[in-house]
Design a protein around this ligand. Structure first.
Ligand code: DGY
Length: 324
């Protein structure tokens, strides 16, 4: 197979190695950083590629697809999320879109639970206090957080990752597990999660809210001033889905005014959040740099899956992560 594939970043070896072993010629943006849009367009115009292996930082729209030309058959993103790809524009051009589901479920679920504990147990404040020499003596009233045991946990989006989070939370002994999603799912019974068709109903009940859903027109800014106001004052939100699910100015007001207790965000809107953003300075907000799938295992598997998806499409086989 003598296909040409453009890779928008230096990535882990397994994907590129699989493509090369199958006879593909690869061209890279030779950097660990994101390719600037104008460079992507220029580089795609300069040659004819059958496959494009991209990241969630690359906006793939009509202009990029036009630059790539009519021979482009597949856009393979090395991510689960694909909101950066214009599916309609791909469909118009008969371009297959693929993603990398399954292979980062465990890493993202582990990170979500870590962030939940980090936020609920005020670990950021504790580490900071030690660094600043403020741990002068053990005090019974200092830095008390919340435990998961006997609390109500709500999962917004019980897909693979949400289910992985629920499975990991279960051994902590929550009082109740709830979930909200577009549909009720049978596997929720494995984790004893009760369905709430209405998000607001779930928000009223939960002590911890884990946001694990995709960003869609339906979920965009679903957590906002109105929905935050329905939550308990002691509630804690953790988001490892997509930043756009939360309206960040509303979240900031809620955290500053005691509408809810704390938030842990692995994803933000915008991303990255400028360091001057008021959320960054808040003690009751833990912000991570989108680290959900940052494990060597996940990234190798994401690379391999993204590469294999391209091969499968070019060989007219069904790719593992077929989006559209
Ligand atoms: C994904 O795969 O979409 C993640 O957000 C990247 O870690």
């Amino acid at each position: 197979m003598s296909h040409k594939v453009y890779v928008t970043r230096i990535i882990q070896k397994p994907g590129p190695a699989a493509l090369e072993a199958a006879g593909c010629t690869l061209t890279y943006w030779e950097s660990a950083d994101a390719i600037p849009r104008e460079e992507l367009i220029k580089n795609l115009k300069a040659d004819t590629y059958d496959g494009l292996l991209c990241m969630l930082t690359d906006k793939i729209d009509g202009e990029v697809l036009d630059a790539a030309g009519p021979q482009l058959k597949v856009v393979s993103t090395m991510s689960v999320g694909y909101e950066h790809i214009d599916l309609e524009e791909c469909k118009k051009r008969k371009i297959t879109v693929t993603n990398t589901p399954n292979v980062s479920t465990d890493s993202v679920a582990e990170l979500t639970v870590s962030l939940l504990l980090m936020t609920a147990r005020r670990l950021k404040e504790g580490v900071r206090a030690v660094k600043a020499g403020k741990f002068t003596e053990w005090k019974p009233t200092w830095l008390c957080g919340a435990e998961i045991t006997n609390r109500v946990v709500g999962i917004f989006g019980l897909g693979r990752i949400g289910y992985g989070v629920a499975r990991r939370i279960l051994p902590f002994g929550p009082k109740k597990m709830l979930y909200h999603d577009v549909v009720q799912v049978s596997f929720a019974a494995d984790v004893g999660a009760e369905y709430r068709e209405n998000l607001e109903d779930m928000l009223r009940e939960v002590d911890f809210l884990c946001i694990c859903c995709n960003l869609t027109p339906q979920t965009r800014h679903r957590i906002n001033k109105n929905t935050l106001a329905k939550m308990k004052k002691t509630a804690i939100i953790v988001n490892s889905g997509r930043g756009g699910v939360i309206e960040h100015n509303d979240l900031c007001d809620a955290l500053q005014n005691g509408v809810i207790a704390a938030a842990g965000l692995d994803v933000t809107e915008p991303e990255p959040l400028p360091k001057e953003h008021p959320l960054v300075a808040l003690d009751n907000c833990v912000i991570l740099p989108h680290m959900g799938s940052n494990t060597c295992d996940s990234r190798d598997n994401m690379s391999l899956t993204a590469g294999n998806n391209i091969l499968n499409v070019l060989q007219s086989k069904k790719p593992m992560g077929l989006v559209a």
